[in-house]
Design a binder for this molecule. Structure first.
Ligand code: SF4
Length: 460
C-alpha cells in the first residue's frame, strides 16, 4: 500500500487542512507513514504569512529530498497558491497544488501514477502545467484563481486510532470558516485563501458530535476570520448562533474559541462565554497596533478606543480569563510615537499573553509598496520591548494562581515524571506524576519555576 506523510506549517486553519488531506488519502486506501523519511508521498502543507514562512517551506523541501530522495514531494497550502511557479522550480518538488485545488489533492496525487486519469483531472481542473511552459521542469502545478472557489476543506485534527496516540491529540481543532473579506494592507491571506466561507451548521454539529463520540472532551474551533462565520450562508447566521447550537445540540464538555477580530466580540458573545462553563474562558483578540494612524494605514476596521473598550468588557465579564492578542511591529511608517502608543495600550490592558510579530513585506499587498519601511534593526528592538512586556504580564498572571486549585485537562507526559495540562483559561501546568491524556484533573498550583507553573494533584 502506498504510504503518505503530511507535514503542516503555520496556523490552526492549516493544521485542519492537513487533517482533511490525511482523511482524503485514507479514504483512498493509502496509509500514514510515521515519518517523511519512510513515506512514498510527502505533502508539505505550507504557510506564506511571512518571508520566513516561505524559507521554512524551502528548507523542508531540501531536508526531505536529502532524507528520502525517492519520494514524491507535493507542495500545497498558501505558499503553493501564492508562488506556484517558484515552488515548482525547486529541486525535488514533483507537484504543486494550490489552495484552489487542495480539496482534490489526494485525487490529483493518486491519479498521477496513471497518465490517463491525470489527464482527465487536469482537463477538469483548469490547471497550469509547468511542464508545458518549461519543458525541462518535472513538476506540475494545479492552481487557479482562488476567488473563483467556494469549497471549504474541513476536517478536525482527529485521530481515528484513538486518543492520545500522538502529540496534542487531546484537543482537536475544527476549522469552521475559511478565507477573509477584509483587506488589511499588510496581509496576503485573502489573496491565497479567497473569500470568506463557512461550514454549514449541521456539518459543524455532526463533526463535534463525532468528536464527542470518539471521546474528545475539548474542541477548538478555528477559522481565518472566525467571527465572520455564517455571514455567507444561504440563510445568513451569526457566530453566536453557531456557539449556541454547539452547546444545545452536542454534549461537548469544553469548547475553545480561537481568534476573533475585535469588532466581532459582541456583548452577546462576551455574555455567552462568561456564562457558560462549557466555553473556555479564553479570548484572543488581534490588536496589531495601538496607534490610530497605523491602524488606519493597515485598513483595520477599529480604532484604539474601540479595542480598549472591548478588552475592558471582556475583563469585566471574566476576571480570570486568558486574554491574548497578535501585535505587529515595524509596519511601514510606524514612528516612535506610534510604537509608544502601542506599548502604552498594551501596558494598560489586561493581557495575559501576546504574540508579537515583526512586519514582513509580502508581494502583492498594498503595504509592500508603501514608502517609509521601518529599518529591520528598529523593528527588532520594538519586537524585543513588546516581548519583554508580554513576558512580564504573563508571569504576573501565572503568579496570581499560585496556591489556588484549578481544573486542567491532561495533554502529554513529559520527562517521565510530570504531565503537561491545560486549564480552561489557557495556563499550561506541569502536573507532578504520569497521568493518562484527556482527563480533567483538579490540581493545586504550587509555584512558578522557569516560567512554568508547577502543580500537584489536589485532594479530592
Ligand atoms: S482580518 Fe486582516 S489580517 Fe486577518 S486574515 Fe483578514 S485581511 Fe488578514
Amino acid at each position: 500500500m502506498t504510504s503518505f506523510y503530511v507535514e503542516n506549517f503555520g496556523c490552526r486553519a492549516t493544521q485542519a487542512d492537513g487533517a482533511a488531506i490525511e482523511r482524503q488519502f485514507e479514504e483512498r486506501g493509502l496509509v500514514r507513514a510515521a515519518a517523511p523519511a519512510r513515506s512514498e508521498i510527502v505533502v508539505l502543507n505550507t504557510c506564506t504569512v511571512t518571508a520566513s514562512a516561505d524559507q521554512d517551506a524551502r528548507a523542508a523541501i531540501r531536508r526531505i529530498r536529502r532524507e528520502n530522495p525517492g519520494c514524491q514531494i507535493v507542495v500545497t497550502g498558501c505558499y503553493a497558491q501564492r508562488a506556484s511557479e517558484e515552488v515548482a522550480s525547486l529541486p525535488g518538488v514533483t507537484c504543486v497544488v494550490g489552495n484552489s485545488h487542495k480539496h482534490r489533492l489526494a485525487e490529483i496525487v493518486v491519479a498521477s501514477s496513471g497518465r490517463d486519469e491525470r489527464e482527465r483531472i487536469t482537463s477538469q481542473a483548469g490547471f497550469v502545467s509547468l511542464s508545458s511552459l518549461m519543458p525541462e521542469a518535472r513538476s506540475e502545478i494545479f492552481v487557479s484563481d482562488i476567488f473563483a472557489h467556494t469549497e471549504l476543506l474541513a476536517a478536525p485534527v482527529f485521530d481515528g486510532a484513538g486518543i492520545g496516540t500522538s502529540n496534542d491529540r487531546t484537543r482537536p481543532n475544527l476549522k469552521v470558516q475559511d478565507g477573509c473579506d477584509n483587506r488589511c494592507s499588510f496581509c496576503v491571506i485573502p489573496h491565497v485563501r479567497g473569500q470568506s466561507r463557512s461550514l454549514p451548521l449541521s456539518q459543524i454539529v455532526s463533526e463535534v458530535n463525532a468528536l464527542v463520540s470518539a471521546g474528545y472532551r475539548e474542541v477548538v474551533i478555528s477559522g481565518i476570520n472566525l467571527g465572520r462565520w455564517g455571514r455567507d450562508l444561504a440563510t445568513p447566521l451569526r457566530f453566536e448562533n453557531m456557539i449556541r447550537e454547539i452547546l444545545d445540540r452536542t454534549s461537548l464538555e469544553k469548547l475553545r474559541i480561537s481568534s476573533v477580530e475585535p469588532m466581532d466580540w459582541s456583548d452577546e458573545l462576551i455574555d455567552l462565554m462568561a456564562n457558560s462553563p462549557r466555553i473556555a474562558k479564553h479570548a484572543h483578540v488581534p490588536m496589531q497596533s495601538g496607534s490610530d494612524r497605523v491602524l488606519r494605514a493597515m485598513h483595520r476596521k477599529y480604532r484604539p478606543w474601540h479595542y480598549r473598550e472591548k478588552l475592558q468588557k471582556i475583563r469585566a465579564a471574566m476576571p480570570t480569563a486568558a486574554v491574548g492578542a497578535d501585535v505587529m511591529v515595524g509596519f511601514p511608517g510606524e514612528g516612535e510615537t506610534d510604537f509608544e502608543e502601542t506599548r502604552l495600550l498594551i501596558e494598560e490592558l489586561p493581557f495575559t499573553y501576546l504574540h508579537v510579530f515583526t512586519y514582513s513585506s509580502r508581494p502583492g499587498t498594498p503595504a509592500a509598496l508603501m514608502r517609509d519601511q521601518v529599518p529591520v534593526q528598529v523593528a527588532r528592538e520594538r519586537n524585543c520591548i513588546l516581548r519583554e512586556l508580554a513576558a512580564r504580564k504573563k508571569l504576573s498572571f501565572m503568579q496570581s494562581f499560585v496556591g489556588k486549585t484549578v481544573e486542567a485537562i491532561t495533554l502529554n507526559v513529559c520527562d517521565g515524571k510530570s504531565t503537561e495540562t491545560l486549564t480552561d483559561n489557557y495556563l499550561k501546568l506541569l502536573l507532578q506524576g504520569q497521568h493518562q491524556p484527556n482527563q480533567w484533573m483538579k490540581s493545586r498550583v504550587e509555584q512558578v519555576a522557569d516560567s512554568t507553573l508547577i502543580a500537584t494533584l489536589a485532594a479530592a
